[in-house]
Ligand binder design. Structure first.
Ligand code: NI
Length: 177
């Protein structure tokens, strides 16, 4: 199927809690197609991440990764990865504020607090369990994408209702880089 339509805020599918990918899906053509579509669509939209509910697939799957990204020119590259049935645990109590965007909230940014350090457990495309500790922008992207699996979008989590706006207005006024 390739590049899929990305749902925008207002579509009820973005607000549903997604189901775990069942064990018998691993290695299937169905799961492989979903993963391929997520990567193709993320690349086409220059996203740092894309979660399955954003393409109207109610499963606990997301992809992350980017090289140089015009949407996030100041951030380091992220490895390209698919995360299935992810579970996040927070390490420590440090929270960091940062401006986020979302392909389902096009043209807008908002400031959101995220845990600085996380422990992440997930299944890869073969169903193998993986774990990793992450911090900073990488941890932020993972927390944002995980929220999609529970029907949560970044405007739900703003540090203040005022910390939100159109990307070009925020840039023109020196509020974000
Ligand atoms: Ni998003």
């Amino acid at each position: 199927m390739g590049i899929r339509n990305v749902l925008r805020i207002g579509h009820p599918a973005l607000r549903t809690c997604s189901a775990e990918v069942p064990e018998d899906w691993f290695g299937s053509r169905r799961l492989q197609q979903l993963i391929d579509d997520l990567f193709d669509t993320k690349l086409a939209c220059s996203g740092a991440g894309l979660a399955a509910p954003q393409i109207d697939e109610p499963w606990r799957v997301f992809v992350v990764g980017m090289g140089h990204n015009p949407r996030y020119p100041n951030e380091n590259p992220l490895p390209e990865r698919v995360l299935i049935n992810p579970v996040i645990e927070y390490i420590g109590d440090e929270l960091i504020s940062g401006w986020e965007g979302c392909l389902s909230v096009p043209g807008m940014r908002g400031e959101v607090e995220r845990w600085e350090h996380i422990h992440l457990k997930w299944q890869d495309r073969d169903g193998e369990f993986q774990t990793e500790e992450l911090q900073g922008f990488h941890a932020r992207v993972i927390q944002h994408e995980s929220d999609h699996l529970d029907g949560v979008l970044f405007p739900d989590c703003l540090t203040s209702p005022l910390a939100f706006g159109f990307t070009d207005e925020l840039k023109a006024n020196g509020i974000i880089d």
